[in-house]
Ligand binder design. Structure first.
Ligand SMILES: [Zn+2]
Length: 75
């Protein structure tokens, strides 16, 4: 038994006026290019960008040469 695959077609941004095939990914609302992701349309950073920032913050906070003990501890 061989698995049948549909022919590979590039995803197209489903936004009516766009039709781009550049970095298109599937979202719940449909296929969107990088310029029309839900986050981009809401003016928010992309989730992977947030993850990168989070990792940078963690790396900064957990680095051994911390001279930033100015944060208050909750009493
Ligand atoms: Zn688009």
């Amino acid at each position: 038994m061989t698995a049948r695959r549909p022919p590979a077609r590039p995803l197209v941004c489903a936004l009516v006026a766009c039709g781009s095939t550049d970095r298109v990914r599937l979202y719940v609302i449909g296929a969107r290019c990088a310029a029309h992701t839900p986050s981009a349309q809401a003016g928010l950073p992309e989730p992977d960008e947030l993850l990168t920032r989070h990792r940078q913050t963690l790396a900064r906070l957990t680095s051994t040469d911390t001279d930033t003990d100015t944060e208050r501890t909750a009493a």
